[in-house]
Every structure is written in C-alpha cells, then in structure tokens.
Design a protein around this ligand. Structure first.
Ligand code: BDP
Length: 581
C-alpha cells in the first residue's frame, strides 16, 4: 500500500484538527483533537477507563478543482476497530488498530459539504490483537484465587476493558486522516528488492497500475537529481553503476528515488540499496555483521497518548543517535509510517512488530485455540504491504511473548505457519522472528525455529529480584542453552524500573543506581558470547500502562523519563554503545 504523496498530479487534503466527539452513551458532542488518543484529552475518569464505542464527526468538502480525480479517504490507523460513514452511509468497517485503511470516495459530489462519522470501538478481548483479558484477573499482582470476596469482585470486572499486556490501551483516531487524489489511471503499488553486485546496485522492481494503459516510465534518481537508471517496463531489473548503498547510522544511509510515471500519474518512492541476510551467528547488513544496539520503544506521550507526534518522533531519533543506538523494535505494534520514513533518512534499523501481544494466559488457557490465526495472518499481510519497501525495516517480529511453554506443539504450529507466510509474502524475504518470554525455554519448540532468536529476560528484576550476582549466573546458564541452538540471538528486552530522581548509595531496586548496575551486570554476560547479535534494553522511555500494584505512575524501565530527561542509565548506555559492536 502506497503512502499518500502530494506532487504535481496528486493532491492531499488533511482532515486533522478539531473534530466533534461523543461517548456512545452521550447525546451532546464535545470537541476533540485528531490525531490523538481520546483518553487524556478530557478530565473525567470515564475517558481513561471507557469500554465501548465512541463517535467522531466532522464535515469535509472536496474542492471543485479536483472533479474527475480518484478520491481516497485514508486513515493511517484507528484503534481498535472502526466503521466509517459518509453522509449517513456505511462505507467501510475495519478491524485492527495499528495499520492504515482506505475508503474510495471518488464518486462524491465536489464543492458541497459532506458529513464524515467514524464509530470507533476501543474494546479488546480474546479475539483482538493485542489480546484483552476477559477474566477480570489483574495483569499485575496476585488476585488471591479462591477468596470468595475477591472472586466476586473479579466476576464483576469481567467484560471491562482490561489489557493482557503492559501498556495503556490508548484508543481513538490515533493517526492522521486524509483525502488524497490520483488521476483515474493510476499507480497502484510498487515492490522493490535490492542487491549489491561488486560496485553496482541491482534494483528489481514490480509496479502495478490500474487504468487504460499508456506510457510508463520507471526511473531511479540519485540525491543529486541525476537519473541513474530507467526502463519503460512495469517490471524488471536495473543496474546502478557505482551504487551508493544505504548503510546503518553512523554510516551514510543513501536514498535513491524511484520516480514512476504512468499516463497522467506520478509517484516518487524513496528507497535504499541494501541487503539483509543471516549467516551463521550473524545478521549481515550489506554483507557485514550488524550488532543491534537500541532500546525497545512505545508510541506514548502524556497528552496525545498513542497519537502520532512527529515532533516527538524526531526528538526520539535524535536521542537514539545521542545514545549511539543504531536500531529499535516497534514494540508491540506497527508504528506510524512517518517514523519509518525518519528511520530511512537517518539510518536507524527497525524490527517491525505485529500487535500480537498477550497470547499468554500463563497456562490457564490455550491461546492457540482462540481461532486468531487467520486474523493474525491478515495483519501480517497488511504490515508487509505497508512496510515492504523501507530500507530501515530489516526484520519482521510476528509477536511478543506468547505462551510457548504450556502448549509447545500448538505454539509451534501457530507461529511456524506465520513464519512461512512472512517469508512467502515479503518480496525482500527479510529475516523473521518472534519474541520469546521468560519461560521454561527447554520446553519451547518455536523460538529456536526463527531466523533470529529474540528473548526477553528479567533475571535480577522479576526473577531473582535484586540479586545481580545470581541473576548473572542464571542468564549465563540460559545462554549456554541458546549457544547450542546455533543462531544469532538478540536480548530483545531486559531492564529494571528506576523512578526518575530516586537514588541510593547501595544500589537497590527502583533507584537509578540499580538500573545502571543491572544493565552492567547483564551486559557483562552478553560480552562473553559471540553469537549475541544485539542488546535491546527495555525501554527507551518511561511509559503509561494499566494501573496496578507493580506500577507507580507507569512503567519506569525507561533510559529516559517519559518527558525524555536522561536517567543515569542513559549516560551509561551511551558510553557503552560508543564502542560495543
Ligand atoms: C515484558 C513485556 C513488556 C513489559 C515488560 C515489563 O514484553 O511489554 O513492559 O515485560 O514488565 O514482559 O516491564
């Protein structure tokens, strides 16, 4: 799916700004800002705990001058499910809160006002991705099973919108809404696969178009505007003599433009020439071993919630540079497309993750019997269709911390079919992973079948809490197990909460000193092994989550506070990442 582009033949009309809003049980409309989650824009407790449908409304007009063009209404994401009505007619229902969808409104009368109404469902349950917790059991802390009064309370909580994951269920129109136009004969999709042949680059391309047929031109344009290769075929293979490759930061992430003209249409897609492959214990980028350095992230900020904020995204990229990081994982859902565009430009590598988090009930229930496989697969296909051409995207993550321990065969069947689908659907055939949680790894049949083993481990925090010497030996013992699996391994999460500004002479849990000592301890074990392909401390910044006895004002495992003030750990990591490769 192509990102909306404004150029000499295509127009983009932004529908971002102030809309009208109401909770479904209200009669009156209030004002709301789009794009942003609705949860933090109001003052009533209801906005945080709401479970159900909300409505967004605004009017729009397609100017006369666009008459005769194809008009597409595009939502970059609506969380979680949406129904789009124009002038009272249902135009589209969409399932899934983190990927774009479009509504063709080409026939709409130009020059008159139309009413756009979006009904948004923020409910999560066992059939959404991410997974909601339908039992009323607290995600954090123990609910003392068996105590009659607690059981009674839990039964009353059933059906409320409890996440089965550790981030706040921010919902609403979280990303931009636009109408874009194309000529009637138009460029539909582009797929690019690049490779390197000595000093040259090879670009294999495939462009699909729709319409009457007519002149077609595919050109590769350098950053200096020179045309370095071209063809009149919709599909083919071009050679760029003396190519400049796209390299991870701090090296040059050179971007070419694929300029495509077809009949009256034009589309310009930025891309990089780079390769990604697995060889032995290494992930190779452009043939060289790449060591992933960079924390897992969230889309999260105090007022917008999960709403896109390009200013914050840019600041985060600059903070990643400051940390000497070179990559991050889009934990635990696909991010806004503008973030990937920034990463393309800045040479930051991305592990692109599906919103499949919470497929884990601690053995109490088999998550693979819920029947989510088809839906999961359709999200995978949508993700690949959206992100397949980004040079920054170097790996797909099928999901985070599913149960692979209690139902090992079912887990294998479920994840392996997604693994195969990812390889089949991705024209670039990138490596595929699934992020494994702290469980009995000896029972896990799935993680070791991924191209890269990604494990989240909290020795010294949730297990063996506070005792770093013992935590180190536990991690070492486990890594001996994975060494024998003989694949590249990324420690995709490890971390300790640190309340910003909390200090202690003796480093104890929740102090900034402990967070530093914890990271040093774990890193000292990683440094012993040559099959480690990366370290991704959890998390880049403190973030909001469901309230609970283990969370004082959110999750505090950030290297930065929520407002992006560095903690002591940020300075430590910055020093380490200057040299670690
Ligand atoms: C991991 C999860 C992550 C949590 C983290 C934590 O993948 O979403 O935020 O634990 O507890 O298990 O801090």
């Amino acid at each position: 799916m192509l990102y909306p582009e404004e150029n000499k033949v295509r127009t983009v009309l932004s529908l971002d700004g102030i809309w009208e809003f109401r909770f479904a049980d209200e009669d009156t409309w209030r004002q709301i800002y789009v794009p942003a989650s609705f949860n933090n824009q109001f003052t009533e407790p209801k906005a945080r705990s709401y479970c159900g449908i909300v409505e967004y409304r605004r009017s729009f007009v397609v100017p006369f001058c666009l008459k005769g063009q194809r008009c597409i209404l595009r939502f970059d994401s609506v969380t979680h499910n949406a129904e789009v009505h124009v002038d009272g007619n249902l135009m589209k229902s969409h399932r899934g809160g983190f990927l774009p969808f479009e509504v063709d409104v080409s026939g709409i009368e130009c020059g008159v006002n139309h009413v756009l109404l979006v009904r948004v469902d923020n409910r999560i349950n066992n059939h959404t991705l991410p997974i909601g917790n339908e039992t009323g059991t607290a995600f954090f802390g123990s609910d003392n099973p068996g105590i009659p009064s607690v059981e009674h309370g839990k039964s009353r909580l059933q059906g409320s919108n409890l996440p089965n994951f550790d981030f706040f269920n921010y919902a609403g129109i979280n990303r931009s809404v636009r109408i874009y136009t194309t000529p009637q004969s138009f460029i539909e999709d582009v797929s690019l696969v690049t490779s390197i042949d000595g000093d040259d680059g090879i670009v294999k391309y495939d462009v699909s178009t729709s319409g009457c047929g007519g002149p077609f031109l595919f050109e590769v344009v350098g950053e200096d505007c020179s045309i370095v290769a071209s063809s009149k075929n919709h599909k083919g293979c071009l050679r760029i003599k003396g190519v400049r490759t796209w390299n991870p930061w701090p090296w040059e992430p050179y971007l070419y433009t694929a300029r495509i003209t077809y009949c009256d249409d034009l589309y310009e897609l930025r891309f990089g020439v780079r390769t990604v492959e697995i060889s032995g214990h290494s992930v190779l980028v452009n043939g060289r071993p790449f060591y992933f350095k960079g924390p897992g992230k969230h889309e999260d900020s105090p007022i917008r919630g999960r709403g896109v904020d390009q200013c914050l995204s840019l600041k985060d990229i600059n903070l990643l540079h400051w940390l000497n990081a070179n990559s991050f994982r889009t934990s635990h859902y696909p991010y806004d497309e503008t973030m990937y565009q920034l990463c393309d430009r800045e040479g930051i590598l991305v592990v692109d993750e599906l919103p499949a988090v919470g497929l884990n009930f601690g053995g109490a229930k088999n998550p693979y019997k819920l029947g989510n496989g088809e839906y999961h697969r359709s999200l995978l296909e949508e993700l690949i269709a959206r992100d397949k051409n980004h040079p920054c995207v170097v790996m797909w993550s099928l999901g985070n911390e599913p149960d692979t321990e209690h139902f090992p065969e079912d887990a294998y069947d479920y994840w392996h079919s997604l693994y195969l689908a990812a390889h089949e659907k991705d024209p670039q055939n990138r490596p595929v992973t699934m992020v494994c949680c702290q469980n009995d790894y000896t029972k896990d049949l799935t993680t070791k079948t991924m191209d890269v083993v990604c494990i989240n481990r909290y020795y010294g925090w949730y297990n063996l809490a506070g005792n770093l010497e013992i935590a180190k030996s536990a991690l070492e013992e486990e890594l001996e197990f994975w060494r024998r699996v003989d694949k590249p391994l990324i420690l995709s999460e490890y971390g300790a909460d640190a309340i910003p500004g909390m200090h202690s002479i003796v480093p104890e849990m929740f102090s900034e000193e402990f967070q530093v000592e914890y990271l040093k301890a774990m890193n000292s074990i990683l440094d012993k092994y040559d099959f480690i392909a990366g370290e991704q401390p959890w998390n880049f910044a403190d973030f909001d989550t469901q309230q609970g006895p283990m969370r004082a004002g959110g999750n505090h495992k950030g290297l930065f506070s929520r407002d992006r003030t560095p903690k002591m750990a940020a300075y430590y990591v910055r020093e380490r990442w200057k040299t670690v490769m």
